[in-house]
Ligand binder design. Sequence first.
Ligand SMILES: Nc1ncnc2c1ncn2[C@@H]1O[C@H](COP(=O)(O)OP(=O)(O)OP(=O)(O)O)[C@@H](O)[C@H]1O
Ligand SMILES: [Mg+2]
Length: 366
Amino acid sequence: MTRRPGLSARLKLTLSYAGFLLVAGAVLLAVVWMYLLRYAPGVITTPEGTLARSVRLRFAPAVALALAFLLLFGLFGGWILAGRMLAPLTRIADAARMTANGSLSHRIRLQGRRDEFRELADVFDTMLDQLESHVSEQQRFAANASHELRTPLAISQTLLDVARSDPARDQGELIERLHTVNTRAIDLTEALLLLSRSNRRTFTREPVDLSLIAEEATETLLPLAEKRQITLSVTGEKAQTVGSAALLLRMVTNLVQNAIVHNLPTGGTVTVHTQTHHDASVLQVENTGQPIPTALLPTLTEPFQRGTQRTRTDEHAGVGLGLAIVNTIVQVHDGTLDLSPRPAGGLLVTIRLPVAPHGPSPNGIG
Ligand SMILES: Nc1ncnc2c1ncn2[C@@H]1O[C@H](COP(=O)(O)OP(=O)(O)OP(=O)(O)O)[C@@H](O)[C@H]1O
Ligand SMILES: [Mg+2]
C-alpha cells in the first residue's frame, strides 16, 4: 500500500510546539503592552526639560525580537523533544517491518518505565511470541501429516513393486493388504479433515445431553469391546450442554475407543460416567491398562503423539490424532480436558463443558 508522503509526525509535533510557544509568548507580550498603554505615558519630560521617548515606544522592537527568539527556540526545542518522544515508535515500526518481511524471531524489548509506548511494544512482543509458536506448530503439523500420509503410499508402492516383479504371487493376498493400507490412508485423511473442520467455530449449537451421547458412542463400540473381552459400562445422570451433537459424539467415541484399545490385553474395564455439577456438565471416561508416565500426559493431546505402545500391530494401530481431535472439540465448546493416570494403571479422562443456559429450549429441557 503506497500513500502520498505527508509531513512527518516529528515535524508536525515540532511545528505544534513552536506554534504554541509563539502564541503563549504573544499573549504574554500583549498583556504587557496593554498595561503600558494604560499606565505609561506616550512621552515623558526629563528633569532637564527635554522630551524623551517613553518605554511604550521602545517596546515594539523588543517584542519583535522576543517573538523571533521564541520561534527559533520553539522550533529547535520542539525538534529535539519530538525526536526523543518518537524514538520508541521508530523501533516498533522497525520491528513491524521485519515481521512483515517474514522474520518472526525479532523482539522490540523496549526498556524504561511503563508508558503507552512501552505497553504497545510489550503487546507487540507478546503477539510475536504467539505468532511464532503458532507458525512452528503449524509447520510441525504439516510435516507430521505429510510423513503419516506418505507411509501408506510407500507401503502400497512396495506391494505393487513386489507384485509386478513376481506375477505368479497370490493376487488375493495383495488386494487384501492394499485394501487395508488404503483404508488406513482414508481414515487418516478423514481425521485430518475433521481436525481442521472442528477448529472452526461455525457449527450450529443445540442442546445436547451428554449421557445420551455417551450411550450412543458405547453402543457403537460394544462389538470392539466384546472382541477384546472388555467390560464397558455407562453410569450417571443427565448432563445437559450446548454444542454440536455430531462433534460431541465424535469426542466421546474417540475417548471410549481409546479406553478400549489402550487397555489391558484382555479382561479390562471401561466406565463412562456423566453428571451435572452446579456450573458444568461433566463426562468421565476411565479405563484399566498399563501405568502411564505422568510426564507423557501433556504431550498426548498433541497431534501425532502416540504413547509408549508404538509396536501395536493390530487393526487399531492409530496415528495419534484421536486426542488432538478431542482437545479441539472441547476447546471450541469452551470446555476443559483433564487427563490423569490411575494409580493402578490406565487413564481417567475428565471433560467439563458449560451447562446449558437456563430457560425453555426447543425440546423442553435445559
Ligand atoms: N484411555 C487411554 N488409556 C491409556 N492410554 C491412552 C488412552 N487414551 C490415549 N492414550 C495414549 O495416548 C496416545 C494418543 O492417543 P490418541 O487417541 O491421540 O492416538 P491413538 O489412539 O494412538 O491413535 P488414533 O486415535 O489417531 O487412532 C495413545 O497412543 C495412547 O498411548
Ligand atoms: Mg485414539
